[in-house]
Design a binder for this molecule. Structure first.
Ligand SMILES: *Cc1c(COP(=O)(O)O)cnc(C)c1O
Length: 355
């Protein structure tokens, strides 16, 4: 149990219209959670204070060797103003697994959850109520020891900030156009692809830019060795519905184990579908498309929840899926997850944690 010092600011920001069309991740609430770690003392000084700039040494190791991790989860307000988190423990466990891969300190699960709940409760006026909107929670950890020596840092900061969000993509729940990347790669097995860390995003920006310029909104990565098998999309895992079966790449070490991915697998099984977690090649997808068996494609991630894919481009071939409309199953999964998150649908799998 953390002994959190709470310094509330009386000088609150003027809230924007949190039920309006907010650009994703641009507005932050009044407070943040912060605590420090030293190798000698462990985690210390847990506190909640005004959201403000922090001061760290220009030699802090985060700036040089990139030891950092983050999480992204959401908290919702129900019709009756109950505040509920979606599968927070799964996110916390993943943060600790990222920490182990990156030689960073773990945080006890109950302390992590306590920090989130305490902060969310203080800034709960910032949770939007509109359908599909939420308060996005961004916990992150950075190496703060002042040294340019290459080795794991002995000092870290753990911070949680909050941002009211509406839909992740400008397109909303409209199908997105996806560029299958055949030149650059995001992560290789044995690397850090399964950790939620900034370096993976740094590796992805160039392709993202090229895809944007060509009119595509996201990049779909292929495996780094053969450039043949599907991995995942920008910040989403990917699912294909082929001939009434659901197929998603297996967790191989180079892709992120999405919490939404796990939820969707459980839901699809619940709906009675066969779900296969396995290697799937671009060739298999295109063959299915040519035979008119590629029924639906969608991405899954906390930010967008479910994002239908309308167009796939690989080399010189472009395929339109389901006439560029959202598929039936995609819509059903979206409605179910959003319903559970916002409290309008039954929490079938015990995914909700009340604040
Ligand atoms: C966060 C993330 C996802 C989605 O994971 P969720 O737990 O579903 O939000 C997928 N891929 C990458 C690279 C990510 O960083």
């Amino acid at each position: 149990m953390l002994n959190i010092e709470i310094k509330k600011t009386s000088n609150c920001k003027k809230k924007p219209n949190i039920n309006g069309d907010l650009e994703f991740g641009r507005v932050f609430t009044d407070h943040m959670f912060i605590m420090d770690y030293t190798k000698k003392e462990g985690w210390k000084n847990p506190r909640i204070e005004k959201f403000r700039n922090i001061s760290i040494s220009p030699a802090a190791m985060i700036f040089h060797y990139g030891q950092s991790l983050f999480e992204g989860m959401k908290v919702y307000k129900t019709e009756n103003d109950e505040v509920q988190l979606f599968r927070p423990l799964k996110h916390i466990q993943r943060a600790n697994s990222s920490a182990r891969r990156l030689c960073m300190p773990e945080i006890p699960e109950e302390d992590f959850l306590q920090a989130i709940k305490t902060l969310v409760d203080i800034d709960k006026e910032w949770i939007p109520k509109r359908k599909g909107a939420a308060l996005y929670i961004r916990p992150f950890m950075i190496a703060t020891e002042s040294s340019v020596n290459v080795r794991p840092s002995t000092r870290f900061k753990f911070i949680i900030i909050l941002s009211p969000v509406f839909s992740y993509y400008k397109e909303g729940l409209n199908p997105v156009k996806i560029w299958i990347e055949d030149r650059y790669v995001r992560a290789v097995r044995g690397g850090i692809g399964e950790a939620k860390t900034g370096g993976n995003y740094a590796a992805s920006m160039l392709s993202q830019e090229i895809a944007h310029e060509a009119g595509f909104s996201q990049v779909l990565w292929l495996d780094a060795i053969e450039h043949k098998y599907i991995e995942e999309v920008g910040a989403m895992n990917i699912f294909f519905k082929i001939d009434n079966k659901i197929i998603t790449p297996m967790l191989s070490g180079s892709i992120l184990a999405g919490v939404t991915r796990d939820s969707v697998i459980k839901l699809c099984k619940h709906f009675g579908y066969d779900v296969e977690e396995r290697k799937i090649s671009v060739d298999e997808i295109y063959l299915a498309a040519k035979e008119n068996k590629l029924e639906e494609v969608f991405g899954t991630g906390t930010a967008a929840v479910i994002s239908p894919v309308g167009v796939l481009k690989f080399e010189n071939e472009v395929y339109t899926i389901n006439s560029n409309k959202i598929g039936k199953l995609t819509q059903q999964i979206y409605d179910t997850i959003i319903g559970i998150q916002s409290g309008s649908k039954k929490d079938l799998f015990n995914w909700i944690e009340k604040v």
